[in-house]
Ligand binder design. Structure first.
Ligand SMILES: CCCCCCCC/C=C\CCCCCCCC(=O)N[C@@H](CC(C)C)C(=O)O
Ligand SMILES: [Zn+2]
Ligand SMILES: [Zn+2]
Length: 478
């Protein structure tokens, strides 16, 4: 299928085999990256010291990358990095690999191993960022370092964009890199960023893992709800307070799910391509969604992860009110984090929210909002998708199914829609429900073999992108 079936791709020239010394160095390099606490709390509250240290660190552990004459390194927005790897064939359109260096905060308690220790225990490297997303950042640079040490000269140019504020919007990292490349007239064949994984154990009755490449991601709204009431003495409380009014409103939101949008968006395509992996009768059911759609849609909403695929979700994430134990509070505020299904828009969802709340004492303030991302191609001509598929088949031969899907979280790649229509969000790693919960949660960890495999994947991917796959249409300026 795809490029593989067209018969003009070449196997990677340099085998993805690493010496014991290289394997030791690559895991130590990741541990060192985890030890630098590059935590972002908000766009205004990032750890600038740690981010600067991280910039020095990657220069130290990947010396060849930073001294190679055909690689240009630029620091953007103070702490993000853009590497331009100039390939030998300017006729091939460049692509971009992405990752980010910042991480979400880690709670003090609950971790088996301190979150910024980077300790290895039982074959796993532990810590914040081991799955999201220092693994990708380090693996990209590591794979390039190893290729350069083997004197590899890429044919196709590519960019490596390493954001430093993905967890808090990407406005100073990815957004600025994107603007810079746009100003330079760059167009990209495709982008690969973090996002989906090889999923294992997420669907009952589906015993085999499958790779899901996200071809879109949900939209998002951060919405502040506020109630102002007259303050007063708590010894003679009014019938309603700002806290009570707001609590009732957001409880209505939590209790009223947004409409089930099953049937619209890329999910149908995902399920149809996955159908043959299921035992009877699920395979027949999924192959005939025209008939069984309502049944499948009901089953999907029963589980909180698959529910996120069929509808817009509403999460109550912040609540603030009150100034003193005996004062009726003048203001109550809550923030809800909404993830928009690909078949809906910001405006449609805001209208639905207001209809559910139906209380004109509530003021709404949109903090940030964007629509769902366009769907990238996944057909046989889609170069980025097919290169991912080809590399998955080579590195994970036991994974027989690769399907397009949506990413329920957001990634920095959304800032690059001005440069390409082909954006793929995929981490070459197995993800189980438990490891899914560790992302932004506790006990985030990556096994040493899984990290080595991620490096191998990128090592082969870069070479696969250099194989003869398309006629050279015209020259591309970097
Ligand atoms: C039928 C198949 C079952 C599908 C199961 C789906 C399993 C989910 C797999 C992976 C999802 C992980 C999402 C990782 C990317 C999230 C990155 C992130 O946290 N971004 C922030 C960005 C924000 C602008 C600050 C976010 O909150 O989304
Ligand atoms: Zn991330
Ligand atoms: Zn994250």
């Amino acid at each position: 299928k795809g490029l593989k079936g067209q018969g003009h791709q070449r196997a990677p020239q340099i085998p993805s085999q690493f010496s014991p010394g290289e394997r030791f160095a690559m895991k130590e390099a990741l541990k060192g990256a985890i030890r630098i606490p590059t935590v972002s709390f908000s766009p205004e509250d990032i750890n600038a010291t740690a981010l600067a240290e991280f910039g020095e660190y990657i220069r130290t552990v990947f010396p060849t990358v930073f001294k190679t004459s055909f690689i240009r390194h630029e620091v953007i927005g103070d702490y993000s990095h853009l590497l331009t790897v100039r390939g030998s064939d300017p006729g091939l359109q460049p692509y971009m690999l992405m990752a980010h260096s910042d991480v979400v905060p880690a709670s003090d308690g609950g971790w088996e191993v301190p979150p910024f220790s980077g300790l290895e225990r039982d074959g796993f490297i532990h810590g914040r960022g081991t799955l999201d997303n220092k693994n990708s950042l380090m693996a990209i640079l590591q794979a390039l370092e190893l290729l350069l040490n083997r004197n590899y000269i890429p044919r196709r140019s590519f960019f490596i964009a390493l954001g430093h504020d993905e967890e808090v919007s990407g406005q100073n990292g990815a957004q600025k890199i994107s603007a810079l490349l746009q100003a330079r007239g760059t167009k990209l064949a495709f982008i690969v960023d973090e996002g989906n994984f090889i999923l294992d154990g997420f669907i009952p009755h589906l015993k085999k893992p499958f790779a899901m490449i996200a071809v879109s991601e949900k939209g998002s709204i951060n919405l502040r709800l506020q109630v102002n009431m007259t303050p007063g003495h708590s010894s003679a409380p009014p019938k309603e307070t700002s806290i009570g009014v707001l609590a009732a409103a957001i409880s209505r939101l939590e209790q009223t799910p947004m409409p089930n949008m099953f049937g619209s968006g890329p999910l149908k395509m995902t399920l149809q391509e996955l159908a043959h992996e299921f035992p009877f009768p699920a395979n027949i059911i999924l192959s005939n969604l025209w008939l069984f759609g309502p049944l499948v849609s009901r089953l999907m909403e029963r589980n909180y992860i698959t529910n996120a695929l069929v509808r817009t979700t509403t999460a109550l994430t912040m609540f603030n009110a009150g100034v003193k134990v005996n004062v009726i509070p003048p203001v109550a505020q809550a923030i809800i984090n909404i993830r928009i299904h690909p078949a809906q828009t910001v405006q449609e969802v805001l209208d639905l929210v207001k209809n559910i709340v139906t209380d004109n004492r509530i003021q709404f303030h949109v903090l940030t909002a964007f629509d769902p991302l366009p769907v990238s191609p996944s057909d046989h001509q889609a170069l980025g998708y097919q290169l991912l598929r080809q590399t998955i088949q080579s590195i994970f031969p036991e994974v027989s199914t690769v399907v397009p899907g949506i990413c329920i979280g957001n990634t920095d790649s959304r800032h690059y829609t001005n440069l390409t229509t082909s954006i793929y969000r995929f981490n070459p790693l197995y993800l189980h429900p438990q490891s899914f919960r560790s992302i932004h949660g506790i006990n985030e960890k990556i096994s040493v073999p899984a990290y080595e495999t991620q490096v191998k994947f990128i090592f082969e991917f870069i070479q696969n992108a250099d194989a003869d796959q398309e006629p050279a249409p015209h020259q591309h300026e970097l």
